[in-house]
Design a protein around this ligand. Structure first.
Ligand code: 2DT
Length: 228
């Protein structure tokens, strides 16, 4: 007889601005709680830590930082919570995470120089994320720039500009394509699901639930690390 040692699932929600990501993350969290699942909600950037406060002031444009410095701060903000995530999962508490390393890469690699060249290479942006706890499932909430515009456009923070969001979407598509291929080749243990978030809120919520539900009783595999 084999003994199955299960741990709790790690689910990340990624998405473009105006995709309803924060609303859907909260709903998913509430739904898991209602179903009696032990679950923690984490959000990146976590603006409450010392590093998070530097990120917050950069995003609100009250401070300036070199592109590489802010990239590493976003990454460090995840590393400072990495062991907490791992502890939760091994203790049987599911973790739902609003943004993660994929946002880190997509946003930084979207920055361009005045002549339109990438300011930072994709590989440079990916490097500091190597070794972070790998999610079991990434739910990528995708919307077109047209729908984002219909939903009232973007807010006031630094990256909330249409041309930046357009490049971010392309990079998320590249990252998602890579993760899907790596999973197929057995190199990563992360499932990447693209969810059309341009639809009605309840329909999107129902689809997210149907993707998460199979994991709620725990996963057999050991927690993997990203890209190592
Ligand atoms: P919110 O609007 O979700 O608070 O995000 N970002 C986020 C990065 O550039 N790098 C990262 O590693 C993360 C997690 C995305 C605030 C903005 O910060 C961007 C939008």
């Amino acid at each position: 007889m084999s003994i199955s040692l299960k741990r709790a699932p790690f689910v990340v929600i990624e998405g473009l601005d105006r995709s309803g990501k924060t609303t859907q993350t909260t709903r998913l969290y509430d739904r898991l709680k209602e179903a009696g699942v032990a679950v923690e909600l984490i959000k990146f950037p976590d603006r409450t830590t010392a590093i998070g406060k530097m990120i917050d002031s950069y995003l609100r444009s009250t401070s300036e930082l070199d592109d590489r410095a802010i990239h590493l701060l976003f990454s460090a903000n995840r590393w400072e919570l990495a062991s907490t995530i791992e502890k939760h999962l091994n203790a049987g508490t599911a973790v739902i995470c609003d943004r993660y390393a994929f946002s880190g890469i997509a946003f930084s690699a979207s920055k361009i120089t005045p002549t339109g060249e990438p300011a930072l290479s994709f590989e440079w942006c990916l490097n500091p994320e190597k070794g972070l706890p790998a999610p079991d499932l990434v739910l990528f909430l995708d919307i077109t720039p047209e729908i984002a515009r219909k939903r009232g456009g973007y807010g006031q923070e630094r990256y909330e500009k249409e041309e930046m969001q357009f490049r971010v979407r392309k990079l998320f598509q590249r990252i998602g394509g890579d993760v899907i291929a790596e999973k197929r080749d057995g190199k990563v243990n992360t499932t990447w699901e693209i969810v059309d978030a341009g639809r009605e809120r309840d329909i999107v919520g129902a689809e997210l639930w149907s993707l998460v539900q199979p994991l709620v009783n725990g996963v057999e595999s050991q927690l993997a690390r990203l890209w190592i």
